[in-house]
Design a protein around this ligand. Structure first.
Ligand SMILES: [Mg+2]
Length: 371
């Protein structure tokens, strides 16, 4: 047995710093079941040995309060080389608050900051620390809000295709009777070759979704139907998978806050592609477990929104097919962070010359939006 000793790298986490910023949208935004005119991002810096790791989540201000009031003191003093240990301690701490929702988003932002901190302390890009299965993350352009005019919808979707992104997604479901014409105008705008995805955010009934699935597929070659019915209706999602047209995978999973949620969705046979969001599901620590569930079932996986924070963990996921390049978040990330990479060849590539996730908060810019 070797007597070599491992280098001692333990450094204590000294401080968890949190800020929240509310950024108005550039136009009213709506999907099939929600409308909004601003988005709040909760940004965490984890400090150790003169270095700071950065994580964030798109969440309510209460998420930042929870990090301040509870999670910071749990994580302070722990080993910066052991983000999984900090994760487990945070999970124990929020037992009585309930795991889904605010608590999971708060843990996600801290976990993302801790993984980034570890990478920066070791002088590595974050994806190198996690381990990479791929050299790029394919993206699809996403926006196409139901609050847009057909002209704005067409311009936005066509704009992504012109920039070399061969997949685009639009929202449907606010006015179901208007959806066939909106989807037709989107298809006309992007031409015959780009893939067209739709997302109903759970707005349709089962029968309505089945009827529209057939029309979208036959009339507009739609090749992705996200949340045709509520994600809580696992039987309904399965019904759509079994009865809907071929070539139109059913996707859901963006409201998954823990590995058990994804396990239940997979057990129910509810999806053809499982979606996950690292800023909701508890951070990199839990996302890698969701990736393992998908690997075990040969299930394709797609990442939801927040492209700048998903890039590095996404590179680790062997099952990954693409990442949602969401208009609202792309705009905020370019506004608030240095180091955001731009799409190339329909994908995002990490900048391996930058440490960690490559992102730096533009503090003076961000201050304008502080809440
Ligand atoms: Mg969605």
């Amino acid at each position: 047995m070797s007597s070599a000793t491992a280098p001692r790298t333990q450094q204590s986490i000294e401080e968890i710093e949190v800020g929240a910023y509310t950024v108005p949208t550039d136009a009213p935004e709506a999907d099939g079941t929600l409308a909004w005119d601003s988005t709040t991002i909760v940004v965490v810096h984890a400090h150790a040995a003169g270095t700071a790791g950065l994580g964030f989540t798109y969440a309510d201000l209460s998420t930042a309060k929870l990090i301040e009031s509870k999670l910071g003191s749990i994580v302070r003093g722990r080993d910066a080389m052991a983000p999984q240990g900090a994760w487990a301690a945070m999970i124990r701490e929020i037992r009585n608050l309930g795991r889904p929702g605010i608590a999971s988003m708060a843990i996600a932002a801290v976990d993302l900051a801790l993984w980034d901190l570890k990478a920066r302390l070791l002088g590595l890009p974050l994806c190198t620390l996690i381990g990479t299965a791929n050299d790029r993350v394919p993206i699809y352009g996403s926006g196409g809000f139901t609050s847009y005019s057909n002209q704005r919808l067409a311009e936005q979707l066509a704009g992504w295709v012109e920039r070399g992104i061969p997949r685009v997604k639009m929202k449907v479901g606010s006015v179901p009777a208007a959806d066939p014409e909106r989807v037709r105008s989107a298809r006309r705008a992007i031409g015959p070759n780009a893939q067209l995805f739709v997302d109903a955010n759970g707005a349709y009934s089962r029968e309505q979704a089945l009827d529209l699935a057939e029309r979208f597929r036959a009339e507009c070659d739609v090749s992705w139907f996200e949340e045709p019915v509520s994600s809580d209706d696992l039987e309904g999602l399965r019904f759509l998978r079994e009865h809907g047209p071929a070539g139109m995978p059913i996707a859901a999973g963006e409201y998954g806050y823990d590995a058990g949620y994804f396990q239940r969705m997979l057990d129910a046979g509810a999806v053809d592609v499982l979606q996950a969001d690292v800023t909701r599901c508890g951070g990199i620590t839990e996302l890698l477990r969701v990736g393992a569930l998908c690997r075990a079932r040969s299930m394709p996986m797609s990442l939801h929104c927040g492209p700048a924070i998903h890039l590095h963990p996404g590179l680790a996921l062997e099952q990954l097919v693409h990442l949602e390049y969401f208009h609202d978040h792309v705009r905020i990330e370019q506004l608030l962070f240095d180091g955001v990479v731009l799409p190339r060849e329909g994908a995002l590539f990490p900048d391996l010359d930058r440490p960690g996730n490559g992102l730096e908060l533009k503090r003076s810019e961000a201050e304008r939006y502080a809440v």
